[in-house]
Design a protein around this ligand. Structure first.
Ligand code: MRU
Length: 355
């Protein structure tokens, strides 16, 4: 059974009690089946992240952070130099599972650095420090989501229509989520929202996950195909667009699920505010602009076969499947962080809060 608080999903990623595994809800099976799986080996963690069993930038970071601590604690070696060499190998493999969400490398670096900072101590102390750091990453995410949700709620009013793309709710993070957090918080405070969830081709995170989460919480949600965003905007049904992000460059250019930039372009056309919800764990000051962000490319099979009984693309025809796109900072009305709401020029506003 999924642990819930007020209909909001909790513990989508959790360290097992004896700390020898991580338990996640398998997001590929939702909404049809709520199945929890246990990740114990390096292959388990790599596969779960690569296959999007655990997904969403913050959740990927949390899972990988725990993964490095769990796998580090299983390194059978008393020589510290060899221990750190093996730890680095595990870290590099986990880090190669998905390239776009910066939360992955940031979390892995944090856990490795926690270990390195204890290199003068014994292996038990080093392992203890890794667990402490990975637990802190999740605790901080819960806190950041809560604050982002409060700032987000200040941008809308009860009765508003909100368009969202992909999934930036509790499944992708911890508790409230980022892009959906204000909606859950608003619901708790008696707000009514009418949410339009883009289905989000090809992996359907909007239809399968966003609709599942919002519906569980009793928030009014309607799924639309991605190519219907323009008509619902034109019909006056949308007051604001709320999306999450996988990597925000220093200038505010934002990588998020493929299709996000199209929504932003439409929003600009119709004069609808477009908000990006971004915990500081997703900001990458090492990327000067969106041009520096690596975009994951996934198998074309996801387009033509994954969710269909029969293939929808003729045999032998190529499919191109970039998993993310970059929304130009000029299309973004504001970036909502845990420390406040940033507006253009983002180099300055993000730098002032986090630089
Ligand atoms: O490929 P996914 O499902 O991991 O992509 C997720 C997204 O694009 C989310 O919008 C993003 O990670 C923000 S999650 C708070």
């Amino acid at each position: 059974m999924m642990k819930e608080d007020n209909g909001i999903i909790c513990e989508n990623v959790r360290l097992s009690e004896n700390r020898d595994s991580v338990i996640i809800i398998d997001q590929t099976l939702l909404p049809a089946r709520e199945v929890f799986i246990e990740l114990k080996t390096l292959d388990d963690f790599y596969e779960a992240i690569y296959m999007l069993r655990v997904r969403g930038a913050p959740a990927i970071g949390i899972c990988a952070g725990y993964g490095l601590a769990v796998l580090g604690s299983k390194i059978d070696c008393s020589d510290k130099d060899r221990f750190f060499m093996k730890l680095r190998k595990i870290k590099d493999r986990l880090n190669s599972s998905r390239p776009t969400a910066v939360n992955l490398s940031k979390a892995l670096n944090r856990v490795e650095n926690a270990a390195l900072s204890m290199s003068g101590q014994g292996i038990d102390e080093i392992i203890g420090a890794m667990f402490k750091e990975s637990i802190a990453i999740q605790a901080e995410d819960i806190e950041m989501c809560r604050k982002i949700s409060e700032y987000g709620l200040s941008l809308v009013k009860s009765g508003d229509g909100i368009l969202t793309h992909c999934n930036a709710g509790p499944l992708a993070t911890s508790r409230y989520g980022t892009g959906l957090g204000a909606l859950f918080l608003g619901k708790e405070q008696g707000y009514d929202f009418h949410v339009f969830a883009d289905e989000t081709r090809p992996l359907l995170q909007g239809a399968r996950l966003t609709a599942y989460e919002l519906n569980k919480s009793g928030i009014d949600v309607t799924v639309i195909c991605d190519n219907m965003a323009s008509i619902v905007m034109n019909q006056g049904k949308i007051n604001a667009c709320f999306v999450g992000c996988d990597r925000v460059a220093a200038n505010g250019d934002t990588a998020n699920k493929i299709g996000t930039s199209g929504v932003a372009i439409l929003a600009k056309h119709y004069g609808i505010p477009f908000y990006v919800f971004c915990p500081s764990s997703t900001i990458d000051f090492d990327c000067a602009s969106g041009k520096d962000i690596v975009i994951e490319e996934r198998s074309g099979e996801e387009i033509g076969s994954l969710f269909y009984k029969e293939k929808t693309v003729p045999e032998g025809v190529k499919c191109y499947n970039p998993a993310f796109d970059v929304t130009d900072n000029g299309l973004i009305t504001a970036i909502v962080t845990e420390k406040g709401i940033c507006r253009a020029p983002y180099c300055e506003s993000l730098g002032a809060l986090f630089g």
